[in-house]
Every structure is written in C-alpha cells, then in structure tokens.
Design a protein around this ligand. Structure first.
Ligand code: GDG
Length: 471
C-alpha cells in the first residue's frame, strides 16, 4: 500500500455531477513507475466529491488500484491550507518567520491523518507493507500501528527535516516525532536530515539513537538516507521524440549566438528565484556588454496562486525581471525572460539540452529533481553542434548538492559569489564541463527510480531494520 496526500489523478466533478479523471505527474509518480510489486495507492483525489458521486468515483479509481480518501472543504482548508502549507512547509524549509499555527487547524491535521490511518487499516492485507509519504501524513505511522500492529510501515519525508533548534519551534513537536516513530523505517533524502531527526528525538523526547536506528516502544525504528532519483527511462524516451528534436531546432534558432542560463522552478519562496535575479543583475552590472550575449530564461510554474503571499512573490519576480530589462535591455533585447506557465515534457527536455548553465538556487530543498534531470538530458543525448556541454550551478542548500559531486556549488544568499560562479560556469573549459557532467551522470544513473523505491520497499520487508544508503 502507498499513501500520499494526493492520488496521482486530478478529479473534477461538474455541477451536474459528471466525474472527470486526469492523470497527474509529480516526483513520486515518476519514482514509483516501474516498481515491480503491484500496489494500491491511497490518497485525496484532488476535489471535494459530493456524497452522491463518491461510490461511482471509488469504483472507477479501483480499476487502477487507486483508493480515494474523501475530504471536505473545511478539512482541506485546515489540514492542507493551514498546517501543511503555512506551518510545516515554511518551518521545515527554515522559513521560521513565515510559519503560523492554530490549534483548530492542527485538530484538522490530526483528524485527516487519523482518517488516512483508518482507511489503510481497513484495506491492508495481513502483514502487508504500507509506505506512507511526506509531511502531510506524519501522524499516520503511529495511528496505523495502533490499529494494525501486524503491518510493516515505512515513511519517507520528501522535504528537509530541519535542525533541532528550528524543529522545536513547532507546537506539536512531540506528536510529530511520536507519529513518525510508529514506522518500522523512516527515510530521508540525506544523512543530514536523518541526523536532524535523531537530534530532535533526543532533545524533544529524550530518546537516544544509534546512527541507523532508534529504540522506541520495544522496537527499533530504522533510519535511512535514501536519496530519490529520476525516471531515467522516461527522460530517454522524451529525448528521442520528434517533437523534442523540433523544439531543440526552434531553441537553436531563437537563442543563436546567445548563452542561455536556465531556471525551472515552481513558484515558491523556498526556490530562491529573487536571489537568482539579484545575482544576474550583479553579473550584468559588472559588465553591461553581457546583456547582449547572455539570457536568463526563468520558467516559473504556477503554484498556490490562491495565497496572497504567492501572488506577491510572483509580482516581485515579474517586477524585478522588468526592472533588470529596463536597466540593461534595448529594443529587441531582453536579458531576462520569465515564463509564468508550465512547459511540455518535450519543451523541458529541449531546454535542458540547450542550456549553457542550469541555475538551481533554492534557499532550501529536500532533493531537487530538476538538477538531476538537467544532468541526464545533457549526457544522454549527443552534444549540440557548435556548443559545449552545460554546467550545473547548484545551491549548497538543496539535497541534490549531497549527491551531485560535479556541480558548481553556491550560497544563493551571497549575491557577489553567485554572480562570480555564474561567470566561472560560463567560462568553464569544455573538457572540464564534460568531466563534471560524467561524475554527476554516474550518480544520477545510480540513484535512478525505480531502484530507490525497490530499495526502500526491500528494507521494509526485512524483519530487522537495515540502514539506508550512506553517502
Ligand atoms: C518534493 C520536494 C524533492 C516542474 N515544472 C514542470 C515540470 N516539472 C517537474 C520537474 C521535476 C518536478 O516537476 C519538480 O521537482 P522537485 O524536485 O521540485 O519535486 P516536487 O515533487 O515538487 O517536491 C523536492 C521531491 O519532492 C522528490 O522527493 O526533490 O525537494 O520539495 O520532475 O521536471 N515538468 C513539466 N513541465 C513543467 O512545467 N513537464
């Protein structure tokens, strides 16, 4: 059984009650594609479904082994809107000042987690493996263990686990740790996050631990560092499609004679886009002639626009881009291009291939799959005629920095250094670019999904906890 906040489909129900299902992609969907063991996926279908339509929807989803957890608008507002987005997301990404918390919203979080646990308990076969995902469901492992002690329960956190000083600001800190300790195996992307979790268990609960496990309730809870990888086969497939080749040709014409610095981010304050723009402005200030030869293309995938904070962030990024263009551009030449939309897989892959520098500058990020995807697309296809391979500029605060040894690491808060690293990246000799990409391509292929999922599931099948990958 797999449990995550969202099912890998988007359900819409029309006013007349007609149900529409659209598959949705995401890091977890990609990582589970190709897993040999058949599984049932439990999660929210992405819409409030009227009671009259629930049975029909459940039947239709059952055909794909998907099982909906039905939530009301008020559940979503408190559980997802408040606690997930306004408490845990900012706190776990070190944005302490953005965190807010109310007891009423927390009660919704507890209640929704309990309902997930009840549904998993009702549907899991005796002794089944249940793998629970991410910060939305941190209370599920303990609630499920109480209902079904026969199950093997795994948990994986896709976002960072913050340092203990920051974690302790969370009013429900004990409940969260005890919730996670209900699992047999708790997985993180990096050994740093695992270490933070172990320190928090000691500081908050007084429970000491070994490097790979924590004794709790007469059991040993395994702690692992299991960095997630990308679906290599999917990207290889997209690289070979005719529409990708057409897009590569289009980009070659569009950016002829230009050096292209690429950013691909979901609109979020954790992604460091304003910091990237600041550094790009410094890069142009240091030598305004660069505005003629270098373009920063920022793809900004829309996200959470119902929130005033996110609308403000979008406005800030658009205003900053316009200001830089006003300062360094001229008619027919805009050094910063900002696309506020999602792009097709072919467009994304073509951009990864064409980019001279991929600038991935989050202030905090659990892993960051974009960095791995760029490396794969640069190395799994022939070099573009007349161009050197690309360079990855990567924030040291992304989990990806722990697994991609050939990236140029940057502190996105250090504007001068980020601008200097951008110059270094653009001037890196072709042989050095290849050497760095080869190092990283090896790592990306080693981490490739579904190996990540199979590894985590194998450990869950073992009677005694076993440590995850140590990097
Ligand atoms: C969590 C953690 C961790 C984005 N825009 C488009 C598009 N994408 C795809 C990318 C990539 C994915 O979305 C985003 O990668 P993230 O790594 O940010 O993953 P999330 O699921 O958002 O976030 C993160 C991850 O979980 C996995 O554990 O790495 O740290 O926050 O795959 O390619 N794809 C297409 N068009 C777009 O416009 N086709």
């Amino acid at each position: 059984m797999i449990a995550s906040n969202r099912l890998p489909v988007q359900v819409t129900v029309s006013d007349a009650g007609a149900i529409d299902l659209t598959p949705s992609a995401g890091g977890l969907v990609n990582a589970l594609r190709g897993v040999a063991t058949p599984f049932t996926w439990v999660g929210w279908p992405g819409a409030v479904v009227p009671a009259a339509a629930q049975a029909e929807l459940a039947d239709r989803l059952a055909a794909d082994r998907l099982e909906p957890v039905f939530l009301e608008q008020a559940d979503e507002a408190g559980f997802y809107g408040r606690i997930c987005n306004d408490t845990i997301w900012p706190l776990f990404h070190d944005f302490v000042g953005r965190m807010s918390f109310t007891d009423a919203a927390w009660e919704r979080y507890v209640d929704v987690n309990r309902r997930f646990a009840e549904q998993l308990a009702a549907r899991s076969a005796h002794g089944a493996r249940v793998w629970v995902h991410d910060f939305h469901l941190m209370l599920v492992p303990a609630a499920l263990r109480e209902l079904r002690p026969d199950l093997s329960i795994g948990f994986f956190l896709h976002i960072p686990f913050p340092s203990t000083e920051i974690f302790q600001l969370l009013p429900s800190r004990e409940e969260v740790l005890l919730g996670l300790l209900g699992a047999d195996q708790v997985g993180f992307h990096t050994s740093e996050y695992a270490r933070h979790f172990r320190s928090s268990c000691l500081d908050v609960l007084g429970i000491d631990s070994g490097p790979d496990g924590i004794g709790h309730g007469g059991r040993v809870v395994g702690i692992g560092a299991d960095p997630i990888g990308i679906d290599v086969a999917h990207f290889q497939d997209v690289l070979g499609r005719p529409e990708t080749a057409a897009m590569v040709d289009e980009l070659a014409a569009r950016y002829r004679g230009q050096r292209l610095v690429l950013g691909v981010e979901r609109l979020d304050y954790s992604k460091g886009v304003p910091q990237k723009l600041r550094a790009f402005e410094r890069f142009l200030e240091d030598d305004p002639a660069r505005a003629e030869t270098t373009t920063l293309l920022q793809v900004l995938v829309p996200s959470r626009l119902e929130s005033a904070d996110y609308r403000e962030l979008r406005a800030e990024i658009e205003q900053e881009s316009a200001r830089i263009n006003g300062r360094f551009g001229r008619p027919g030449r805009t050094p910063v291009e900002c696309l506020h939309r999602s792009v097709s897989p072919a467009e994304l892959v073509a951009l990864y291939r064409r980019a001279d520098v991929m600038a991935v500058t989050p202030l905090r990020d659990g892993m960051n799959l974009v960095a791995q995807e760029f490396v794969l697309c640069q190395t799994a296809a022939p070099k573009l005629p007349g161009r050197a391979r690309g360079v990855l500029l990567l924030s040291e605060f992304a989990g990806a920095a722990q697994v991609l040894p050939g990236a140029l690491l940057v502190n996105p808060w250090d504007t001068a250094d980020l601008a200097a690293r951008l110059v270094e990246a653009l001037e890196l000799a072709p042989a050095e670019r290849c050497r760095r990409l080869a190092l990283m391509s090896g790592a990306v292929r080693r981490l490739a999904a579904p190996r990540w999922a199979e590894g985590c599931l194998d450990r869950l099948a073992q009677p005694e906890p076993v440590a995850g990958t140590r990097l």
